[in-house]
Ligand binder design. Structure first.
Ligand code: HMH
Length: 220
């Protein structure tokens, strides 16, 4: 069988894809050498990110409803929204465990940039195949990163086990696969222009993800 569009992208941009999914921060969680102050920084910043991810996902849900497509698309995206609701509560619980005050987190540059990128994609001018590809890519980076942490031979610190399982668990993996199937189905029907645009945005996601991890390990 021919490779799907997203398979082609991942293979073509393998180096960048790996730098997003095998970042030193992730590798340090896996081998247990992670610096807890980096983890706490990531936690506070990601809470802000997730809050701005919600309107983006909502806009993608609207786009999916307007398309004449498989009814199950809407359900998959709605399920994603529901898990973001859980995620927000999980961040609050986790932050109190690590004594991170979520109300006083100052969004860092990389985060601000990533959030405004997401905001620009909420526009109704942005085509559904583009939005759904971006949605898939964002979720897939976390899924692949944390699933890698959980692979055999890990030395994940006990306190971070739950974090890794949140995104690395099999259920989240199947959800990402569903998003990917939707993206591939839409891309298959899309015009060459839209496919090219979606690829560019896929690369932007990967770049933003690398910057986000960099921000977590960086100073201050
Ligand atoms: C930065 N990317 C970032 N944060 C997340 N929580 C996800 C992806 C996945 O939901």
């Amino acid at each position: 069988m021919d490779a799907t569009v997203t398979e082609t992208w991942v293979n073509k941009h393998r180096l960048l894809y790996d730098s997003a999914t095998r970042h030193p921060f992730i590798l340090s969680i896996r081998d247990g050498s992670v610096d807890f102050s980096s983890f706490k920084k990531w936690l506070g910043q990601d809470y802000i990110f997730v809050r701005s991810f919600v309107p983006f996902v909502a806009s993608t849900l609207m786009k999916s409803c307007k398309e004449r497509n498989d009814e199950s698309d809407m359900e998959v995206i709605l399920g994603g929204m529901a898990s973001l609701n859980d995620e927000i509560n999980w961040f609050k619980k986790e932050a109190s465990k690590f004594h991170v005050s979520l109300t006083s987190v100052i969004p860092q540059n990389a985060n601000v940039k990533y959030c405004s990128f997401l905001e620009s994609l909420t526009s109704s001018e942005v085509e559904y195949p583009v939005a759904i590809s971006v949605f898939w890519a964002i979720e897939a980076v976390y899924q692949e990163s944390f699933a890698h942490c959980l692979e055999d031979g890990n030395k994940i610190p006990q306190e971070l086990q739950e974090t890794c399982e949140r995104w690395g668990n099999e259920g989240f993996g199947s959800y990402c696969k569903l998003l990917r199937d939707i993206a591939d189905r839409c891309l298959q029907k899309a015009s060459p222009d839209v496919i090219a645009k979606a690829e560019v945005f896929f690369l932007r996601v990967l770049e933003h993800e690398v910057e986000f991890w960099n921000m977590s390990v960086g100073e201050p």
